[in-house]
Design a protein around this ligand. Structure first.
Ligand code: PMP
Length: 357
């Protein structure tokens, strides 16, 4: 009988995080503002040849390299950042190698590590949810091959300092350290959240990931970016499928990068919405973590599932994060548009009253 590899047979079944799309979808950290009108216009102008021919990723890599001020050899475009992580993990993690990260964080890290047969080594953040730098440093071993850190982090919204991140990069020269900057645009103006993109030159084991799924509002077209030392990126390119990024995504790239006004207006709107959410949580006496992203993690305590249900009945989908280690009783709420937030804040007030919190 046909059998998959033992590692694959032993994986837990995959459950899509999408429960439903009916309602205001504040459960997946997508952009509720849509995408730039310039991108939409480009999509509408696609020709038959644009879709009939295989895509040329290299042209897009040049555009992103210019934007990020790195060499094109340092850039790999991927089918969302999920694929960037999959390629990176597959390049460095074999059976029995160690993948190290701090909980709570992005749930794909352990999933991808487990699929490769890696030993998943997790350290737990404290109640402040700050990156546990000393604990991470203490768990680096000669078998540590990948260290993954989302900065700012999902689901906490918190950012670690550049100095702390570089300490980890320097302590593990034989491990690939990936700083996942999926939400970077939302914290770019903050003094406490700095990109490590400028540090790539000094650190040949450092990788930085970005995505067009969040601030650019392009989650549906799947476009991610991985950058690192040119020598390492050359290995990753050998592993990556040649036509992983489709022509539609590549066609959008130039306009998406050019429309800075769209991104900055969206980021400003998200900040206003985030502040409104945080003020409401203060008023309701709910614990939350001050976010530098497009979502806020709030602790509802033992009633988090009832809260998610009460919100769904009011047409607002939010994410129950209580299974993420350290997040017992927590719910993650993505920031919507200003108009949606009027409804969302009212729904939160009602749901909190309904569950008797
Ligand atoms: N990293 C983090 C921290 C994320 O939260 C996400 C999406 N939720 C991703 C990577 C993947 O993003 P995408 O594949 O849409 O680019």
């Amino acid at each position: 009988m046909l059998k998959p590899r033992a590692i694959i047979a032993g994986l837990s079944p995959y459950h899509s995080p999408i429960v439903s799309r009916d309602g205001i979808s504040l459960d997946l950290n997508e952009s509720m503002a849509g995408c730039s009108p310039r991108v939409l216009k480009r999509l509408q102008s696609l020709s038959a040849a644009d879709v009939a021919l295989y895509p040329r990723r290299e042209a897009g890599e040049q555009l992103v390299a210019d934007f990020l001020r790195v060499a094109p050899e340092q850039v790999l475009l991927t089918n969302g950042m999920d694929e960037a992580l999959a390629v990176l993990f597959a390049a460095y993690l074999g059976e029995g190698d160690e993948l190290l990260f701090a909980d709570p964080t992005f749930v794909m890290y352990p999933m991808l590590g487990a699929a490769l047969g890696a030993r998943v080594v997790r350290v737990q953040s404290g109640e402040d949810m700050a990156l546990p730098v000393a604990e991470l440093l203490a768990r680096i071993t000669p078998r540590t091959r990948v260290i993954a850190i989302a900065n700012p982090n999902n689901p906490t919204g918190l950012a670690a300092s550049r100095a702390d991140l570089l300490k980890i990069v320097e302590a593990a020269p034989d491990a690939a350290v990936v700083i996942d900057e999926a939400y970077f645009e939302f914290c770019a103006a903050s003094l406490t959240c700095k990109t490590v993109l400028g540090d790539l030159g000094e650190h040949p084991n450092l990788f930085v990931g970005r995505t067009f799924s969040k601030a650019y509002g392009l989650a549906g077209i799947r476009l991610g970016v991985l950058t690192g030392a040119a020598k390492q990126m050359e290995y990753l390119r050998r592993l990556c499928l040649p036509f992983n990024v489709n022509s539609v995504a590549l066609a959008c790239l130039k306009e998406a990068l050019a429309d800075r006004a769209f991104v900055s207006e969206h980021v400003a709107q998200v900040k206003r919405g985030r502040e409104r959410l945080e003020r409401l949580f203060d008023e309701l006496g709910l614990r939350y973590w001050p976010s530098q992203t497009n979502f806020v993690l709030v602790r509802i305590e033992e009633n988090s599932k009832a809260f998610v249900g009460a919100m769904r009945r009011r047409g607002v989908l939010v994410r129950d994060s209580s299974s993420n280690p350290g997040c017992g009783g927590c719910v993650r709420v993505t920031v919507g548009t200003a108009k949606q937030m009027d409804e969302v804040l009212a729904a939160i007030r009602e749901a909190v009253t309904e569950i008797g919190r």
